[in-house]
Design a binder for this molecule. Structure first.
Ligand code: PEP
Ligand code: MG
Length: 579
């Protein structure tokens, strides 16, 4: 059986299905009879022993694979399980309050978790997460509730899920993940972005796929065409194994370009940078030949936690990236929460239209303390490398002016305290709302640079929710309206002597590179895995050819016409990129 979905991340995966369903454990307080006390104490004892065994084996594995540092985390987990005070409290509740073992564990753990989470010390705050983790393990072992997280995978599988949130994927072990197949999500969903970063093949928007499959089924995922074949025959396996091999050969060949610049055959340089979602991603950007970071999504600092990150914690993250970039530019985008990105540490009231709602710069300009803490951290980090600041979701010139005023205030405060920062730090904005794109000529003089966020620009220009797989046919980054807007933005910035980059997913599409180079784009920033593919395109064409291609494309009437024209042009130029 064949299913059609949305191609989220290139590649071919062939393997066994693992259905990932999130289970929420509810622990009820059953008052127990006197004679049941010993039974509950025994359950607790056994669960502690099993939990210790599990943690010890994870610890050993971690020590071998990731070293002493990471293994320490699990040593701390063992210490919690061996803490006489904690165990005494749990037992006390079972014996004296006649509470069942699961509820007793839940009560004590939640209590400690709350106390640690409220502390000001970052290190101790992190211990709160350890306490919760140990508590959940203990509960699972008491209740026998099989709760698999993506960190528990032990063999290579294709993960099939309704959706994958950043918190689900944060814990996955890439070695065991051949691909993702999800029911929701489009090309620019966060699952797609993550899959691209990790170079994991993904097909999204597959209606009801979790109901159509069972664990152990065999699948082929085609991340080029967005197809899924369930329990394929030998011939299909042979065909797709061949395609997989071809792609691997192509990727290997492209890696030779890592240390070469992205320059057209007639000498025009385009900067190729990487998008990162956390400080560790920079390694892959550099390894793939990125010349800096064109978009650092700082939301990672705010997810999976109940409290806001401190200024100090942010400083460390930004400093790490600035240093790892070794003097190459790093564009740090200020907080872009809201829309489809919700976090626990910031309560945002439910809205009818979150994508048109209280998010990103709107939230930051309203909650100045949060915004200022982030700006302080960015400025303080700016002495460790070349950092640029970027404001997201700008709709109106006033937002830029106010955001710049807040930045100025923060700079003055830091100067008064004698804190060092880059006084000439460059400030740019994302162009991802049509009003900003259309008025690019008016706002260009307010900023040092633009970066076009095509993921949002496309959803707002065509009025199509970027996460709605039913409307994916309308989500067209190559739509004539889009490419005309893009051209206007680039031209407007150049007239003011400013530069324009692009950091939406379109920037990592090799086919788009053919067009964007000819439209005069200065920088393309993308998932690290796309860098060699796009570099290959830039190095295969002359600027003159690209300009001609762009001017013809700008006259076409539909997205399909534009895409087909670009594919034909690539063919004529003999560019092989497995588009
Ligand atoms: C964009 O909208 O194109 C973008 C890069 O931002 P995000 O995907 O994080 O919304
Ligand atoms: Mg955006």
């Amino acid at each position: 059986m064949m299913l059609e979905g949305i191609a989220g991340s290139k590649g071919i995966a062939i393997g066994k299905v693992f259905i990932y369903e999130k289970v929420t454990m509810t622990v009820s307080n059953n008052i127990i009879a006197e004679e049941q006390t010993s039974l509950e104490l025994e359950k607790l004892k056994k669960a502690i022993a099993i939990s210790k065994q599990q943690i010890s084996s994870i610890k050993e594995k971690t020590l071998i694979e990731f070293g002493e540092d990471k293994a320490q985390i699990f040593e701390a987990h063992l210490m919690i399980l061996e803490d006489p005070v904690v165990i005494k409290e749990i037992k006390g509740l079972i014996i004296n309050s006649k509470i069942n073992a699961a509820f007793a564990v839940n009560t004590v753990i939640n209590n400690y978790y709350g106390q640690f989470a409220e502390l000001d010390d970052d290190y101790l705050k992190e211990r709160a997460a350890d306490i919760k983790d140990v508590g959940s393990r203990l509960l699972r072992n008491i209740t026998g509730c099989e709760y698999k997280t993506l960190a528990d995978l032990k063999e290579e599988v294709i993960i099939v899920a309704h959706d994958l949130t950043p918190s689900d994927t944060a814990q996955l072990d890439k070695r065991y993940v051949l691909g993702f197949a999800t029911e929701i999500g489009g090309k620019t969903s966060h699952t797609a972005i993550l899959a691209n970063t990790l170079e994991i093949c993904a097909v999204l928007g597959l209606e009801n796929i979790t109901k159509k499959l069972k664990n152990g089924d065999y699948l082929i995922l085609d991340g080029f065409e967005g197809k899924v074949i369930i329990n394929p025959n030998d011939e299909q396996i042979k065909k797709y194994s061949q395609k997989k091999k071809e792609y691997e050969v192509l990727k290997k060949g492209l890696l030779k370009l890592v240390n070469l610049p992205a320059v057209t055959t007639d000498g025009k340089c385009i900067k190729i940078a990487g998008n990162i979602g956390n400080p560790n991603d920079i390694k892959a950007v550099i390894e793939n030949g990125g010349e800096g970071v064109g978009l650092f999504r700082t939301e990672f600092l705010y997810i999976n936690r109940d409290e806001l990150p401190s200024e100090e914690e942010q400083l460390q993250a930004y400093k790490k990236v600035a240093e790892a970039a070794g003097g190459k530019p790093v564009i740090i985008r200020t907080l872009d929460i809201g829309g489809d990105k919700q976090v626990d540490c910031l309560i945002i009231q439910e809205e009818q239209n979150p994508f048109l709602g209280y998010r990103a710069i709107r939230l930051c300009l309203d909650q100045r303390d949060i915004f200022k803490a982030q700006l302080r951290a960015i400025l303080r980090a700016s002495i460790y490398g070349q950092i640029l600041i970027m404001f997201p979701m700008i709709a109106d010139i006033m937002e830029i002016r106010v955001a710049k005023d807040v930045l100025k205030e923060v700079k003055v405060e830091l100067s008064q305290r004698g804190v060092k920062y880059d006084r000439n730090i460059k400030v740019g904005i994302m162009i991802e709302i049509p009003s900003a794109a259309i008025t690019a000529d008016i706002i260009a003089h307010e900023v040092d640079f633009f970066s076009i966020g095509t993921n949002d620009l496309c959803q707002y220009t065509l009025a199509v929710d970027r996460t709605n797989e039913k409307l994916s046919y309308l989500y067209q980054p190559f739509h004539p309206s889009m490419i005309r807007l893009i051209k206007h933005v680039i031209d407007s910035s150049h007239k003011e002597g400013k530069f324009t980059g692009m950091c939406g997913e379109m920037a990592g599409d090799p086919l788009a590179a053919l067009l964007l180079v000819g439209m005069g784009i200065d920088e393309l920033s993308m998932n690290s895995s796309s860098i060699p593919h796009v570099k290959n395109i830039v190095r295969s064409i002359s600027y003159e050819q690209a300009v001609e291609i762009a001017s013809k494309a700008l006259k076409l009437s539909t997205s399909d016409e534009i895409i087909n024209f670009l594919k034909e042009s690539a063919d004529k130029l003999n560019i092989n990129n497995m588009f």
